[in-house]
Design a protein. Structure first.
Length: 362
């Protein structure tokens, strides 16, 4: 912080600058960061100093030095708006994300890509949407084919091998923040990717009939963060019981998250009245009692002729407590039957847990 204050003191500011109103997004960032208390956050002390300075000076600095304001810790990025989302797994984004800061407007809708990060497991893009039109509750940039491509991927992710997730926060009546997560499930993971992020619609995820046509396209390059992959010895990290076998076979650690690759197998010959569908969720905790957010890629799940058909999900968890020595992955199993002719599934009984998979991390 001393270095930061020195930079402030060295700025050649015009003290006669007329105060100007900051945007509602900036106000919301400050409000959320000051008011929200999260037990696993370790940066509160530094943030309070930064937020206090920002509140006092944003009226004069925000428009005069927009690049400077965007780089203030925990203020300039939209990631922190999502800290209460159960899928938020981006603890160290401020240290590792790449600033993009490019806006495009089409059909009276402005999209601004603010930051992006690539850790070899996921590509995550933070952006905002702003319009005077009614865009619904959860609007996102959407492309008829795919929103994200990279020349380094070639055709590898053209038809599959990836999954996408969205997190959306409504800031006010016409402004939204979005995190777009492109999961690299199977395929190449190059050291650098030249991203083409584009869409021809803004679509409300809560009502797909509510959409606005347009043309938005962004190009930027991202370097892969350093990572460590551990191949797990067979049968060393597994749990089994009540007709289910689950095993961890690979773990990848990056500076911002940890990814667990799992195999699931239902140990019955084929579907019957009691076993027509199985869905498995996961709870991730540590030996200190901390709970961790996860992004869960389910794979194909289980719903026909179970025997011999393995499913390969993966879960991405946020950065672990430095004092923790082991992680517990607890499967939560739900067994379903076919409800009606549409193929919809109905839960037969309350989901049950299996013995946790213990993963030493020290």
């Amino acid at each position: 912080m001393k270095k930061l204050y020195k930079q402030f003191n060295d700025l050649n500011l015009d003290i006669n600058i007329e105060p100007m109103e900051v945007s509602s997004l900036e106000k919301e960032r400050v409000k959320r960061n000051v008011m929200i208390v999260k037990k696993k956050r370790h940066f509160i002390k530094n943030f309070i100093v930064a937020a206090t300075f920002f509140i006092a000076s944003s009226m004069t600095l925000g428009y005069t030095f927009p690049t400077f304001a965007a780089n203030l810790p925990f203020i300039g990025s939209i990631f922190e708006l999502f800290i209460d989302d159960e899928r938020y797994v981006f603890n160290n984004y401020d240290q590792y994300s790449t600033s993009v800061g490019v806006s495009q407007e089409s059909n009276e809708v402005e999209v601004t890509v603010t930051d992006a990060v690539y850790d070899g497991e996921n590509i995550t893009i933070a952006y905002t949407i702003k319009s005077e039109k009614d865009l619904g509750e959860r609007p996102v940039l959407y492309g008829d084919n795919r929103e994200l491509t990279a020349k380094e991927f070639g055709n590898r992710y053209r038809y599959g091998g990836y999954s996408t997730n969205y997190m959306v926060q409504k800031i006010n009546s016409n402004e939204y923040a979005v995190l777009y997560i492109f999961e690299l499930i199977r395929g190449s993971k190059p050291e650098e990717v030249h991203i083409n992020f584009q869409g021809n619609q803004i679509v409300d995820l809560n009502n797909v009939n509510n959409s606005v046509a347009g043309d938005w396209a962004f190009e930027f390059a991202l370097e892969k963060l350093e990572s460590e992959t551990i191949r797990v010895e067979k049968d060393s990290m597994k749990t089994e019981g009540k007709g289910i076998k689950i095993e961890a076979f690979k773990i990848t650690k990056t500076p911002i998250a940890t990814t667990f690759y799992l195999s699931e197998e239902v140990l019955v010959e084929k579907e019957n009245e009691a076993w027509q569908g199985v869905l498995i969720d996961y709870i991730v905790t540590d030996d200190l009692g901390n709970d961790y957010n996860v992004i869960h890629f389910r794979g194909t799940s289980h719903n026909t002729d179970f025997k011999g058909r393995e499913n390969f999900p993966r879960i991405v968890a946020n950065k672990f407590d430095e004092q923790a020595t082991s992680i517990m992955i607890t499967p939560v199993v739900g067994v379903y039957k076919i409800k009606d002719s549409t193929g919809a599934l109905e839960l037969i009984k309350e989901p049950y847990t299996l013995k946790p998979i213990a993963v030493p991390i020290k």
